[in-house]
Write a protein that binds this ligand. Sequence first.
Ligand code: SF4
Length: 746
Amino acid sequence: MKRRGWNPATWVSLVPNGLGHVKPNHYWEIVRTIWENRDNLGKAWRILHEGVCDGCALGTAGLRDFTMKGVHLCTVRLNLLRLNTMPPLDIHRLHDVADLQRLNGRELRALGRLPYPMLRRRGEAGFRRISWDDALNEIAARLRNTDPHRMAFYLTSRGITNETYYVAQKVARFLGTNNVDNAARLCHAPSTTAMKQALGVAASTCSYRDWIGTDLLIFIGSDAPNNQPVTTKYLYYAKQHGTRILVINPYREPGLERYWVPSVFESALFGTRLADRFFQIHTGGDIAFLNGTLKHLIERNWLDWDFISAHTRDFERVQVALAQQSWDDLERASGATRGEMLAFAEALAQAKSAVFVWSMGITQHEYGVENVKAILNLALARGFIGREYCGVMPIRGHSGVQGGGEMGCTATTFPGGKPITPDTAHWLGEQWGFAVPAWKGLSCGDMLDVAYNGELDVFYAVGGNFLDTMPDPAYIRTALARPALRVHQDIVLTTQMLVEPADTVILLPAATRYEQRDGGTETSTEREIIFSPYIAPPPAEARSEWEILLSVAERTKPEQAHLIHFADGQQIRNEIARIVPEYNGIQHLHQTGDHIQWGGRILCRDGRFGTPDGKAVFTPLKPPVTTLPPAMFVLKTRRGKQFNSLIHDERDPLNGALRDDVLINPVDAATLGVREGDWVILRSAVGEMRARIKFAPLKSGNIQVHWPEGNVLIDAHQRDPGAGVPSYKALVSIHPITEAVLQEQR
Ligand code: SF4
């Protein structure tokens, strides 16, 4: 039942607008954005007013969304705006990269948009401008003479559209390779793998509107207020409808604890306490905690037996596995008590509906797939999938990644998420009119390993910056320096472009989604395919991303160019609708606000799952145990004021942490004899990092540093074997830096 009027019980403070609290200052961000974009305010306004946000995958149509009335806008979107409005950079700066190599990513970005194709040969000091013809011909000539196993394509998610993802993967296959992957590999690849196996679908089974009015909204390893800020508005209204919010996480995330929602007057004024309860567990303790919860549900018979027997299989295998897991072991592995697991189980048992939301805290582990399956086990055991106000939602942090996977821009699947087999390759080949390779391609991490081993000749990156996004930057730098040809198709300069060429590096200037000819579409977390129109031309000679990729393919195989050619965006959408049946309707999207939700509000409705026999599959799971040697900590990386690896501010407005802070429980700090503000060295098996102690309500034994700074501590080869996602986690020791050393360093 919806509550009417204000609810002082949820207020954070009587002090207006959270004055004196550590919190984002939304109004200041608006002023700053106007100032930053003052030379191109018209374009900035049209992007906000007509475009689909290129930030996270919540999804907008202009300044609206499909969940509720009111303005949809956040600081992430405001901070990204400048990427779309900047003037071109002065290419003379590229003639000698020595200066540029001293700049960080933020400083390189601020130089402006990439205006022209640029080329640098081995031994040359920098890049020189070349024509599009020269650039495309050189790339085509190299590709023509390259074994398809020794070429690779990677696409990031900085606003890339479905049209570009679709064309990119088709181009790769046209050239004979399945070595094409996208940024989802680094975030939700374990979610799609686990969901496909257990449910037969690889996307959120519910919609955001199911958050508002569900009995329980459960966040696991997710800090939505930081990564998807407008979710806080949904959370405010969910609470008004009586929804309880539970959080399972090692850190009591301040953004989930309380938030000042700028678009809600009551909340903007007094703040809103969001989470009703936190369950603090160890980093990597999720399976143990969720298994323990399920064990309680089984022991007390708090299960939805009708659902389990009618719509699932293999539950008895889970029962057998859980019977063998002792409470002592589950408590030790999870970091939570049996009583806490019981409290969570009781909440589930009393709820008639629940939505489970998770993010990188769940997926970025060597056992990311199993972590997701632990969530699915629990949701299935209570029958919380396939009806309104229920579902499982891997919430996406970037606007492109849902569509990127569904367009088949992955090394392991074809469009529509079809597995790569001789049969599917044959079918696709018949549709496209050329032979499609049936071998499994290299995922992103594998591409870099192969490059490191000197077994990759052409590496084509559409956006991204592996030096920031992948663990162990020294290893990645070496890998990037080895392919004979590296192509970076992008909108701005990044540090990876400046890695010395083995032979040749070519930069290709790309248009953003708002400059893409004929507009483009993105797919949101809740499966809304949304049209974003063409808004303004790109700077200088920048071109639409899909057009560049097509030109490369057509020049590589001119005799077959007609088989890959698309005249415009409409033709691409027409083909997507034919090849990916779930996307039927995309061909009718033409203007701002046009959208279709594939699958409708709810997937797996009434327990009809997408698996071959229509039943969901339970998975017995053994909790991983991290044995912590004395004086060691489990370190996990986290995001601050940033979008992906684009850092927007030195300070995280939600907790006040600076980029080089290490978050640590005060009791752990006292044990080490360090105080807040002290400098320490964090040391892992692969690297070390200087950091400043900052107290935080973290589970004892666990620490956190910002990403990508913490990547120097992470082993590049520690990945989930099923999904290829890096773990972004390490065991570290902490060593105080003495005053004498500090003096010496000054
Ligand atoms: S919440 Fe996400 S989709 Fe919405 S404005 Fe912010 S970044 Fe864009």
